[in-house]
Design a protein around this ligand. Structure first.
Ligand code: UD1
Length: 379
């Protein structure tokens, strides 16, 4: 019989694509998913995009009985179940720590009773905080943070201690972790818990630090989802996207298909146990560039982004991946070029409706003092 892989959070965006990729590789797939209303809507229903060949267990990763049941007969596990919003994590602490940290602990305790051949855990580029950058004299720096005073002045760029600008460069896995949000902290916990317990109990474990995943099936009505999906939902409702800071912050947008392939490689490759890998495209793009690209593919160029000059607590300025280690050790190569990935996303979006809750989410953050308006001094 072919191998059975359990994907926690497998009814979600990344998980469902991973399920397809695993099925295409001849694996059997079981999913454990709580069908969270923020992602799946108020009526817990299996998403139509989830392959019929997947065996579904509806349950919470914090529930030991549900996890034990889901692990029966399983050969390998990919742990994706998590709360994912950076902004939201800054007030919904119990929810984030509960699902992400406690959920992982429950899974690991169950795995001690029933070890598997391989555990892959989804970590995040957010564990780095600010990505790597370089001073004018060429020296690399880490551990940079923007001070509140700097943000209040609207000086969005990273600076050295003398106020000189720093240039962002690709971030490798050796870059020190510097946790800037509750979400990042819990992702770090998930990663470390799995690697630590995996090593102690000989459960071969691999951690993947995903960069900003995008593609079809993103939860469009979730205002705390990734920026591309939020922008898409705005455009679909004929509204301009809302852009934090000055829109020049850079991220690494990676197609969900590349992410799914990296997960398969992490399940299959020998000799990578205990390692951590960046999974990105390696290409930096500004938030304003992706807003413009999204507008172009959706034919919404008339809707100019609203640049708010607000800082969202928990956000970092720039981070994009150095994927050398994943190339060399996992055999991973990003294959989906951004323009092609956006076209695919646009194609899927044409058949979608999206409830736009962005204004509400922004209000929620602002009511809690989790946004800060920078003055335009730096502009
Ligand atoms: C995202 C993911 C996180 C994942 C990480 C990996 C979400 C919610 N977050 O975090 O789970 O681990 O990538 O790289 O999916 N922005 C706007 N307007 C908006 C929303 C966001 O300007 O309406 C800006 C933000 O201020 C930020 C940038 O876009 O500067 C990216 O934000 P976001 O998509 O939330 O991603 P990350 O914080 O990078």
């Amino acid at each position: 019989m072919s191998e059975l892989v359990l994907v926690t959070g497998g009814a979600g965006f990344i998980g469902s694509h991973l399920a397809d990729a695993l099925l295409a590789r001849g694996r059997r797939v079981r999913v454990l998913d709580a069908l969270s209303p923020q992602v799946h809507g108020p009526e817990p229903r299996l998403p139509a995009y989830l392959s019929r060949e997947v065996e579904v267990h509806v349950g919470d990763v914090r529930d030991p009985a549900a996890v034990r049941k889901a692990l029966a007969g399983v050969d390998a596990v990919v742990h994706l179940a998590a709360e994912v919003g950076v902004g939201q994590s800054m007030y919904a602490l119990e929810r984030y720590v509960g699902t992400n940290d406690v959920g992982t602990a429950v899974l690991l305790e169950a795995l001690l009773e029933r070890p598997v051949r391989r555990l892959v855990v989804a970590s995040s580029m957010s564990v780095y905080g600010e990505g790597r950058c370089r001073r004018a004299d060429g020296r690399l720096v880490s551990g940079v943070r923007r001070s509140r005073a700097q943000l209040e002045r609207g000086r969005w760029e990273l600076e050295d201690e003398d106020g000189a600008p720093l240039t962002p460069v690709p971030t490798p896995e050796t870059h020190p972790c510097e946790l800037a949000s509750v979400y990042a902290l819990t992702k770090y916990d998930q990663e470390r818990l799995c690697l630590m317990v995996g090593a102690a109990y000989s459960i071969p474990t691999v951690a993947l630090r995903f960069f900003n995943a995008y593609g079809p099936r993103q939860a469009l009505s979730n205002p705390y989802t990734g920026v591309l999906a939020i922008f898409a939902a705005r455009y679909l409702n004929d509204r301009a996207p809302v852009v934090f800071e000055d829109g020049q912050q850079r991220r690494d947008f990676v197609s969900v298909h590349d992410i799914a392939r990296a997960c398969c490689l992490a399940l299959e490759r020998d000799g990578v146990e205990g390692e951590v890998f960046n999974v990105g495209s390696g290409q930096p793009r500004t938030v304003l560039e992706v807003a413009a690209a999204m507008a172009r593919v959706l034919g919404k160029e008339g809707l100019a982004p609203e640049v708010t000059g607000e800082y969202r607590f928990g956000d970092i300025r720039h981070c994009f991946a150095d994927v050398t280690r994943a190339r060399q050790r996992l055999g991973y190569a990003p294959e989906v070029d951004f323009e092609a990935g956006l076209e695919e996303l646009a194609e899927w979006l044409r058949g979608q409706r999206a409830a736009d809750h962005v204004a509400l989410a922004r209000q929620e953050l602002s009511n809690r003092g989790l946004t800060l308006l920078g003055s335009s001094e730096a502009a």
